[in-house]
Design a protein around this ligand. Structure first.
Ligand SMILES: Cc1cc2nc3c(=O)[nH]c(=O)nc-3n(C[C@H](O)[C@H](O)[C@H](O)COP(=O)(O)O)c2cc1C
Length: 316
């Protein structure tokens, strides 16, 4: 049984309520920093530099960050804020602080536990960092390896300053006899893109008799919800134009990737020529659509289609 003096002694040893409050504020400051840190690590892991690292390794660390920093950090922050509110009530009502102190201790345990997890998380990121061979990494190769045909997009639009540079990259492609046969028709109107998609999919089904799995499943089965579509045309009769525009398109898709956007080449978009909405694009009769490119912030991470490797012959 505790004696009265032992209880008194314990109370005297307890930190003053201002110190408890100060500690809560300190936790909130640290949590706010951890949040920034976690965003930094996530960007870092998603950087193309890590392409050369085994995908599994990459995913493990990303999962770890998500697991530790995801909801748990938000929950601890919320709990501490509520705890702080209780302190205000406690002071107003001059009631006992026993329960408040008990809760503070529990939150303190949560906080230190989280701090330990955070250390593990950081160590994993550092380990990953060590695996990157910066000297033998080419940013261009990383971007080439990271590009995928992406078929899910966020609503967020492509920034104009980026779009201009992306199209300029297309213009820098080589072309037979330097004809630069490309012309770009850029559509940034999501509503229009979706309605064109519907028209094209009708043509694909009824005239071209294509049966695409996506036609009935997706809201936008042709442009996959991308906020920007670039139709690339060339004058009819230039036999090299499709090759030139292929190169131009690849430049566009890689430049887009370098700014953090995703893309998908859309051959099916040619079918817009057979729809009633085609005239809205005001493409002169002498031009033909060679390819379209869907562009935007991707909302999926498709796996790499493994590349065939039995297609090379070395001499000597
Ligand atoms: C000329 C061309 C036309 C394409 N047309 C379409 C298309 O209409 N719709 C689509 O979803 N993907 C289209 N693709 C994307 C291919 O399906 C994709 O490039 C291929 O599956 C390889 O995947 P990856 O780009 O992710 O490496 C096209 C690709 C090329 C090069």
């Amino acid at each position: 049984m505790k004696t009265l003096s032992a209880v008194k002694e314990k109370r005297l040893l307890e930190p003053g309520i201002e110190n408890v409050h100060r500690e809560s504020l300190e936790w909130l400051r640290t949590i706010s920093f951890w949040k920034e840190e976690s965003m930094f690590y996530t960007d870092f892991i998603n950087n193309s530099m890590f392409q050369n690292i085994a995908l599994n390794d990459k995913r493990d660390v990303a999962d770890l960050i998500n697991l530790i920093l995801g909801d748990r950090l938000n929950k601890i922050e919320k709990d501490i804020r509520q705890h702080e509110k209780k302190l205000i009530e406690l002071i107003k009502e001059s009631s006992s602080d026993v329960e408040y102190r008990h809760q503070h201790k529990l939150l303190g345990n949560d906080f230190s536990d989280f701090e330990k997890q955070m250390a593990i998380c950081k160590k994993s990121v550092f380990e990953l960092f060590k695996l990157v061979n910066f000297k033998n990494t080419s940013e261009v190769i990383n971007i080439i390896n990271n590009r995928r045909s992406v078929r899910k997009y966020k609503k967020e639009s492509v920034e104009k300053k980026h779009l201009e540079q992306i199209i300029n990259a297309g213009r820098m492609a080589p072309s037979a006899m330097n004809k630069q046969p490309w012309k770009f028709y850029v559509l940034n109107d999501s509503e229009k893109i979706r309605s064109y998609s519907t028209e094209i999919s009708k043509v694909a089904e009824n005239i071209l008799h294509l049966s695409l799995k996506s036609l009935h499943k997706e809201e936008d089965p042709i442009f996959h919800g991308a906020p920007t579509v670039i139709f690339i045309t060339a004058e009819e009769g230039n036999e090299w134009a499709p090759l030139d525009i292929g190169m131009c398109s690849q430049n566009i898709m890689l430049a887009a990737k370098s700014f953090g956007y995703d893309s998908c080449p859309i051959g099916l978009a040619k079918a817009i020529e057979k729809t009633s909405v085609y005239k809205e694009l005001q493409i002169p009769e002498t031009e033909k659509i060679i390819l379209a490119i869907a562009l935007g912030h991707g909302n999926e991470n498709p796996p790499v289609h493994p590349r065939l490797t039995n297609n090379i012959v070395y001499f000597n």
